[in-house]
Each structure stands twice: as C-alpha cells, then as structure tokens.
Design a protein around this ligand. Structure first.
Ligand SMILES: O=C(O)CCC(=O)C(=O)O
Length: 211
C-alpha cells in the first residue's frame, strides 16, 4: 500500500506517496515511456551562447496549452498512451484536471535540474503540480526562496525567514503533490549525483491557463 505523508513548512505544502506505483508497474511505465516519448535535447541561449539542457525533455499538452521557461518555447506533443493513463489516475486522485505534462529524462547522475520555482505566468497558481518519479532514486532539494516573487504583495508566511533547506529522497513509483502556494515561497532542484549510472524519468502534471 502506498504511504501518504504530509510535508509542511511555512508557505510550503507537499503530499508524498511512497510507492504510489508498485515496483513492477513503475518499471513497466518507465520502459514504455522511454520507448514511446519523442525525447528532445533542448538548448537555451544565454548571452548569445547555446547551452544544451542537462537532460532530455518533452512537453505533452492539450491544444492551446503552450509553455515557456528560460526563453524556451516548448513544442506541444500529443498525449502518449501511458501519459494519458497516468493523467487519468492522477485526476481521479486529486480532483484536478491536468492539461499539460513536462517530462524530464535524466540519463544518469550527470543530468540534473537547477534551482527554480514553477511559477511561470501560464501556470494556474491555485493548482497543484503532481510529480511522478520512475527509475533511479534521486534527491529532491527544497529551499525557501531568497526573494519570493508573488502575484500580490503578501507578507511572507510566519517563520519563512527562518525555514531551512531540506531533502526528499524520491524513489521509483513515488508521487509528490506540490500544493499552492509552495511555488511562490519555495524553490526546488535535482542536484547532480556523479557516481549514479542509472536513468530516471520525472513527469510533472500541470494546469496551464490556455492562451
Ligand atoms: O525531476 C524532478 O524531480 C524535478 C523536476 C522539476 O523540478 C520540474 O519539472 O520543474
């Protein structure tokens, strides 16, 4: 049975289901997604220089649900069969209608994701982000935002200034639901693990406000 744990800090609310998918189901979804997703190596341009992202990605979404980050406009791919199945299960679990999905493929421990918050204007700030991990275990780091960007001029939640960074080890089949207002007040990252040779996939189901 999956274990559902509530993780709370000032301005942060996460729900963590360890083993939301059983090991055999997680291994099956991993293999099918590796094969059926049109993975791309994107690059961002900073000060005129191209930097390949340290991971492969794909953006699946309903029509009209485009998404930009770091100046990168993601091409919309149609929902693949496994992604559509997972979306349905997560909608039943959460009651939210997810219209988009960012897939990240970390080929080994050299692939990573830097500090950021998922607070782009396209995303519905009231909606949760549902993050599913498949494959190699990795550490998911969280820290209070040094200078929170927020839609209205709210004072920081009590204790935010004293809150400390922390770590959630994510294993294959784990589900992490990041609830509002986590993205306003906290950042997250997936640090490198140079000795790790196994691959990991991460799927973040999102609610975009269609253009
Ligand atoms: O791979 C992960 O667990 C993190 C992914 C992430 O930070 C994102 O998609 O915004």
């Amino acid at each position: 049975m999956p274990v559902d744990q509530l993780v709370l800090r000032p301005g942060l609310c996460l729900r963590h289901w360890s083993g939301w998918l059983a090991p055999t189901a997680a291994a099956d979804r991993l293999a099918r997604l590796q094969a059926e997703v049109p993975w791309k190596q994107e690059a961002i341009t900073l000060y005129g220089r191209r930097h390949p992202l340290p991971r492969l990605t794909c953006w699946m979404a309903d029509p009209g649900c485009g998404y930009r980050y770091s100046g990168l406009a993601n091409a919309i791919e149609p929902w693949s069969p496994v992604a559509a199945e997972l979306r349905q299960a997560l909608e039943q679990l959460t009651g939210w209608r997810f219209n988009s999905l960012l897939l990240n493929r970390y080929r080994d421990g050299r692939d990573a994701m830097g500090w950021h918050a998922d607070d782009e204007p396209e995303l519905d700030p009231a909606a949760p982000i549902a993050s599913l991990s498949l494959g190699a275990p990795r550490d998911f780091r969280l820290r209070p935002r040094p200078s929170p960007r927020r839609p209205v001029d709210l004072p920081p939640p009590e204790g935010h200034g004293q809150a400390l960074p922390f770590n959630i080890p994510l294993h294959s089949g784990d589900l992490l639901l990041m609830e509002a207002p986590t993205q306003w007040w906290w950042q997250h990252a997936l640090p490198r693990r140079l000795r790790l040779q196994q691959e990991r996939l991460n799927l973040t189901f999102r609610v975009v406000r269609p253009a």
